[in-house]
Design a protein around this ligand. Structure first.
Ligand code: HEC
Ligand code: HEC
Ligand code: HEC
Ligand code: HEC
Ligand code: HEC
Length: 485
């Protein structure tokens, strides 16, 4: 695989020690913004060496609310509206976590990390330097719309990848100037806004602006989806032959999950109302932006998005029992190997918020008379995964030798556990089954790979008595029988 050279640029200056109230929190932003810059030869032509906008640089009234775009782009609007990005600020799980972090951030370093959250979860609220972003609920209507149309399509360039490295150039909607919309086409004509081709928008590097997250202060990797993809076989090094984020996530439609294991179909049609000059396209980029989240999308009433998320999760991996045809000896401990292949995701499985997401193997071995001989990966009485299970995830730890595991990101310093499956790669797990002397054969081996958005105990802690029982989703399963003698 090609070696990827990533230059790390850190814009860091000393912190002032006197920050007390929210008013002074914003001072932390411009002091800690790690951004990764690609070598020029492999970067899109509108990735450039310059500073990203900082709080106060762009007024949010310059952006249009998504309902303005809906007038002519109704189909795209309906797709986007159910997505997690449309709800990046109103997502109740995000709100619960964010409030907790605000309440508990004590040191300057912890506050610096919390000050960054709004950069991706309400980009316009962040750029406006709206202090309401620390209180929740006091933002303008525009700022509550999360990652909306006019955020993505006012991105003129990026200054690298990671940590919200967008260079944004909206019109001024408050004066009826809708500015230039940057997009994939070079022949697009709209009656209300100028259009301009942006190479960045056609490449995974666009998503990489927000889908690589580094800790604001200590640079620890928090989310790494873009870098995982960049180092994967899906990125051939040639943008024309690569399978970009968009090829999977903006080709999924209600009938096709569009993963590495399934076709990446075209959705022919019009990207805007035909009467207004839209051209017939062999593929209109879809805006469902489906990931693994079927819980919050269900909670928010977006059934279609939730169903499509399940369709996606079901086509991400395959699971196989090796040692097929093996005879299990009574009274002995026998080895059983299970292979989990990341056949569908363009990044690790799981990806994104991997210190919260859970993916694990549930293995059951039963005798012919239904006695359980072995079980791994069941849920305990509290709904948590039993401690000996094979779990694919990361765990973050505090600094110091103790490496104490934590969900409190502001104080996290290092990754203390990391077990995930690389794109087009696999993980081989060994289980040791004690076969009882009186076992009645054949043995039935049943193996599932399960997915859950978060540990049950974390959700209980965050949402209190309102916490829903988090559903467990089976991403893949297999069954086989083994003779006993
Ligand atoms: C009055 C109708 C109208 C409104 C309102 C409107 N657009 Fe458009 N837009 C169009 C038409 C027509 C096209 C051309 C489509 C084509 O090329 O087939 C277009 C094209 C685009 C493109 C493609 C640009 C390219 O070069 O690839 C983007 C992106 C876009 N619009 C974004 C937006 C956003 C964001 C909003 C809301 C702020 C918006 N539009 C509001 C009519 C409109
Ligand atoms: C550089 C951009 C960026 C920054 C900064 C950022 N996030 Fe996120 N956040 C994301 C992305 C991208 C995802 C989606 C990943 C996924 O779904 O696995 C996400 C997902 C989440 C989720 C999961 C929501 C759910 O419903 O499952 C929570 C919670 C969250 N972020 C909280 C925070 C907090 C708190 C901060 C500040 C400490 C923060 N984020 C800072 C980009 C960012
Ligand atoms: C997360 C960023 C993001 C958001 C939010 C977003 N878009 Fe897009 N949009 C893109 C990207 C990226 C492409 C081009 C994909 C490619 O070429 O690979 C695109 C393509 C388009 C196109 C051209 C489609 C075509 O095939 O000609 C239009 C029109 C458009 N978007 C309008 C909108 C509207 C309207 C909204 C809000 C309802 C919206 N977008 C929200 C990122 C976004
Ligand atoms: C301006 C920052 C930003 C950009 C640019 C961006 N994202 Fe996101 N994305 C987010 C945030 C923040 C979330 C998490 C929202 C939440 O869960 O609360 C997210 C969530 C998602 C999810 C849902 C994850 C889940 O758990 O279901 C998908 C899929 C996704 N993004 C794909 C993309 C793709 C593909 C692109 C590029 C075309 C892109 N994003 C560009 C900020 C961004
Ligand atoms: C080859 C197809 C493919 C490509 C390319 C791809 N993805 Fe995915 N993505 C998937 C599949 C399948 C899933 C569902 C499994 C999962 O949730 O981990 C997924 C899930 C996700 C999630 C949700 C993770 C979670 O469970 O919280 C995010 C966010 C995401 N992708 C973003 C991206 C971004 C950003 C890129 C480009 C840097 C990208 N994807 C490239 C197939 C792809």
């Amino acid at each position: 695989m090609r070696r990827v050279v990533v230059v790390l640029l850190i814009i860091l200056a000393p912190f002032s020690a006197d920050a007390a109230g929210f008013e002074t929190w914003h001072e932390h932003h411009d002091k800690a913004t790690p951004i990764w810059v690609l070598p020029k030869a492999t970067a899109p032509d509108n990735m450039r060496w310059s500073n990203a906008e900082m709080p106060g640089d762009v007024e949010s009234k310059r952006f249009s609310q998504p309902e303005v775009c809906r007038g002519c782009h109704g189909v795209i609007y309906d797709q986007w509206k159910g997505s997690m990005m449309a709800n990046a600020w109103t997502d109740p799980v995000f709100i619960a976590v964010y409030k907790k972090y605000i309440a508990n951030a004590g040191t300057e370093m912890e506050k610096a990390e919390v000050a960054m959250c709004s950069r991706c979860h309400t980009p316009s609220g962040y750029l406006q330097n709206n202090m309401g972003r620390y209180f929740q609920g006091e933002l303008s209507e525009m700022d509550k719309r999360g990652v909306s149309c006019d955020i993505c399509h006012s991105v003129e360039a990026s200054n690298g990848t990671g940590n919200g490295s967008f260079i944004i150039n909206p019109g001024d909607a408050s004066k009826g100037d809708f500015g230039t919309k940057f997009g994939p086409r070079n022949d697009s004509v709209s009656p209300i806004h100028a259009s301009k081709h942006s190479e960045l928008h056609t490449r995974g590097d666009f998503c990489g602006m927000c889908h690589d997250v580094g800790h604001a202060h200590n640079l620890m990797t928090v989310e790494n989806t873009y870098t995982e993809w960049r180092r994967s076989p899906y990125n051939t090094g040639n943008p024309k032959t690569s399978t970009h984020c968009q090829d999977c996530h903006m080709r999924q439609n209600p009938t096709h999950p569009a993963t590495g294991a399934t076709p990446l179909p075209d959705s022919p049609g019009f990207a805007a109302l035909e009467d207004l000059g839209a051209k017939k396209r062999s593929h209109v980029w879809q805006h469902y932006f489906i990931g693994g989240n079927f819980v919050v999308t269900t909670l928010l009433g977006n059934q279609q998005t939730a169903r499509m998320a399940q369709d996606r999760l079901e086509h991400a991996l395959t699971i196989e029992v090796l040692d097929q045809g093996k005879t299990m000896k009574k009274g002995r401990t026998e080895r059983l190997r299970i292979k989990v292949i990341n056949s569908g995701a363009g990044h690790y499985l799981p990806t994104g918020l991997t210190f919260v997401r859970e993916m694990w193997i549930h293995l059951q071995v039963k005798t012919a008379d239904q006695k359980t001989v072995f079980e791994s990966g069941y849920l305990d009485a509290k709904g948590d995964i039993e401690p000996n299970a094979v779990v694919y995830k990361t765990v973050l730890g505090e600094g110091g030798e103790e490496r104490k595991p934590t969900f409190f990101l502001p104080a996290a310093f290092q990754v203390v556990y990391d077990k995930r499956i690389p794109p087009k790669g696999y993980s081989l797990e060994e289980f040791h089954i004690a076969v009882p002397a009186d076992a009645k054969g054949p043995l039935t081996v049943h193996a599932d790979v399960n997915y859950r958005s978060a540990p049950q105990s974390l959700i209980n802690e965050l949402l209190g008595k309102d916490a829903p029982a988090l559903p467990v989703f089976t991403m893949g399963k297999t069954e086989t029988t083994l003779a006993v003698e």
